[in-house]
Design a protein. Structure first.
Length: 468
């Protein structure tokens, strides 16, 4: 199509108010079809619901409605087959499909836009896309949870070091550690589900901003598209993008949680830790160092929160200070949201894959669990239970024992009974039963604790919950 005919096509779509088409610069800044064409399924679904409602309400004839619906399904098939030519001079997905419909069925195509504006059309399409995408993200997180639970079940009684400040703190079960990320993912799913529920109202029928004088049935279109109800205020229906902000916020928090486990994978698979290995499926090599195995997938997941949080901040700034109702600024919403949720989907899939792919080094984990006097708290707890010392006094005694063990270069379990009795004469040899990483892990029997029996209870509860 020549430049002149391109501008003419755009002018025809806008109607009689314009004598000429846009400048090249205007066309370049105004067109969004390269971004929003991915809404074609939602756009066609919305148009089908609208056409059927117009027919049911007597606004258009049933014959025209049938032609419109048949033409729209044919266009959907063309797009799916890769046989559809997107025209940037027609600006967006909506006008491209409308123009194609006119080519397919002629005059009845012009009746489809009765009682509708691109403002409520795009708001409807975007909510439909967002709803489907949130569902996909939730399903992806469930797959990630299942992979973690399977690993937790296989390693419920494996002992590893727990950390605070990235310093060895107390021994924990590897299964318990992995279940932590299952809990986090469930909260992420809850935020996404809340957002999905809140956005599930239909803007269709709000028209440009004020509703329509035609006798339409907004409940019918809302029901046909799976919305809970029509939006109650036409101004709000076409201008609200807080649902996209909420979705991006939930996505950013999810990405942060994924990145934290990704960071642990980076650490665990390093030579310095040696806790775990990834197979070739989730590792890369070095262009110069043949010995290297790099956890690049985990590192890339670790980077995703920056991109997703950036999209959130970008859309906040787009929306800030916009007056009612619709402004073209809102065209910038989709590129930010699409990119962010593409990144999130990839991150979730990568983490589910790595969670299943990880293999663990039991000896390295157990050895590290016993380092750095990680059983010192067990010593203090024993003093409280057996000698009835106040915990603060027991804490002081245990600290003195650690200081003595450090001076001798031995673990707490290798101090003699005499060594202990120089610090607290009432200590007896029953103390040595608690001075091991495994004994420490197995003793934490409180609800939510790291004892393997509690971990297996949580695994069973999670399996039941996810099945339900």
């Amino acid at each position: 199509m020549s430049d002149t005919s391109s501008k003419s096509a755009a002018s025809d779509m806008w109607g009689g108010r314009f004598d000429a088409g846009p400048s090249d610069i205007m066309q370049a800044i105004n067109a969004s079809v390269d971004i929003d064409q991915r809404l074609y399924n939602q756009d066609i679904d919305g148009s089908l619901a609208h056409a059927r409602m117009l027919s049911a309400c007597g606004v258009i004839s049933s014959k025209d409605a049938e032609a419109i619906c048949s033409g729209l399904e044919a266009i959907r098939a063309d797009i799916a087959a890769g046989n559809f030519v997107w025209k940037p001079e027609l600006e967006d997905v909506h006008m491209n499909i409308e123009a194609a419909l006119r080519e397919k069925i002629g005059e009845p195509a012009g009746r489809l836009h009765t009682a509708r504006s691109r403002n409520d059309q795009v708001a409807t399409d975007f909510r439909l896309w967002m709803r489907d995408t949130l569902t996909g993200a939730i399903e992806g997180l469930t797959r990630y949870q299942r992979a973690l639970i399977a690993q937790a079940e296989a390693h419920a009684d494996w002992v590893m070091p727990g950390f605070t400040h990235l310093q060895t703190a107390q021994p924990v079960s590897l299964g318990h550690h992995l279940l932590c990320w299952v809990e986090a993912a469930e909260r992420d799913k809850g935020r996404l589900e809340d957002c999905r529920k809140r956005l599930n109202e239909s803007p269709l029928g709000a028209a440009a901003l004020a509703g329509t004088a035609f006798p339409i049935d907004r409940d019918q279109t809302a029901k046909a598209l799976g919305f809970d109800r029509p939006m109650a205020n036409s101004l709000d229906a076409v201008s609200a993008r807080d649902f996209a902000l909420e979705a991006l916020s939930a996505a950013a928090i999810t990405a942060v949680n994924l990145s934290r486990f990704a960071e642990e994978i980076v650490l665990w698979t390093s030579r310095r830790f040696g806790f775990a290995q990834l197979t070739d499926a989730f590792s890369t090599g070095s262009s110069i160092m043949p010995q290297k195995r790099n956890p690049d997938a985990a590192e890339l997941v670790r980077a995703k929160p920056g991109r997703i949080a950036g999209a959130l901040q970008g859309l906040i700034l787009v929306c800030k200070g916009l007056p009612l109702a619709y402004s073209k600024d809102l065209q910038e919403d989709k590129s930010l949201v699409f990119t962010a949720f593409d990144d999130l989907a990839l991150a979730v899939s990568a983490m589910a894959g790595m969670a299943a792919d990880l293999s663990f080094n039991r000896d390295a984990l157990e050895e590290a669990a016993g380092e750095a006097y990680s059983d010192a708290t067990d010593l203090a707890d024993w003093l409280v239970r057996e000698l009835n010392l106040p915990f603060r006094e027991a804490h002081h005694v245990a600290g003195s024992a650690v200081k003595l063990a450090e001076s001798k270069g031995v673990p707490l379990s290798e101090l003699t009974l005499g060594d202990y009795q120089t610090i607290e004469p009432r200590i007896h040899d029953g103390l040595f039963a608690v001075l091991s990483a495994r004994a420490s892990m197995e003793s934490r029997l409180s609800y939510g604790g790291t004892a393997p029996v509690r971990v297996r209870e949580q695994i069973a509860a999670w399996n039941t919950r996810l099945e339900a």
